[in-house]
Design a protein around this ligand. Structure first.
Ligand code: ZN
Ligand code: MN
Length: 170
């Protein structure tokens, strides 16, 4: 509790709940995620409370704001240098603890003094990958007329010639 003094915010039970929620959280939540979770316990809490708490934490460098998700800002209580991997489907973000030695030659730095970098990787997470495979459509072909139909399960009869039990997976 003592260490929260320098935040410049009045520490209400709601704010403490927000700090608790963020402590050690590796899901990179958005302000909306935090609001949804905390308002279960504090139904009268406003979104502004979440917002200004996050702003104060950010200002004091207790959390980092990530812009990797184009839809909404995400927050990271882990302020040590690391990189991220985002799933383009479900927008889950995971940490990447690896040192990528990328360097910009001095003549290309535009006079900047470099203090760090953040590398973002885009991909499809294992959960979404499995889901995609499950949802994958199969093509069925009529052994009589050759008509094809896409679907997840085998059609009883051919949609073209009407023949029963002739549709085979092709
Ligand atoms: Zn995903
Ligand atoms: Mn992170």
């Amino acid at each position: 509790m003592e260490r929260y003094k320098d935040l410049g915010l009045k520490l209400t039970p709601q704010r403490l709940a927000i700090l608790d929620y963020l402590d050690g959280n590796k899901s990179h939540p958005s302000a909306e995620d935090i609001y949804r979770s905390i308002s279960r316990r504090f139904p009268t809490m406003s979104f502004a409370t979440v917002y200004n708490t996050l702003e104060a934490l950010k200002r004091n460098r207790w959390i980092l704001e990530l812009t990797i998700d184009p839809a909404r800002k995400r927050f990271d209580p882990n302020t040590k240098p690391h990189h991220h991997l985002i799933c383009v489907r479900c927008k889950s973000i995971v940490d990447l603890h690896q040192d990528y030695r990328v360097d910009i030659p001095k003549e290309k730095r535009n006079g900047f003094e470099l203090i760090g970098n953040h590398i973002e990787f885009y991909g499809v997470c294992p959960k979404c990958k499995t889901l995609k495979e499950v949802m994958k459509m199969a093509v069925f072909k009529c052994s009589k007329c050759g008509a094809t139909k896409e679907g997840r399960c085998k059609p009883q009869k051919c949609p073209k010639c009407g023949e029963k039990r002739t549709m085979q997976k092709s």
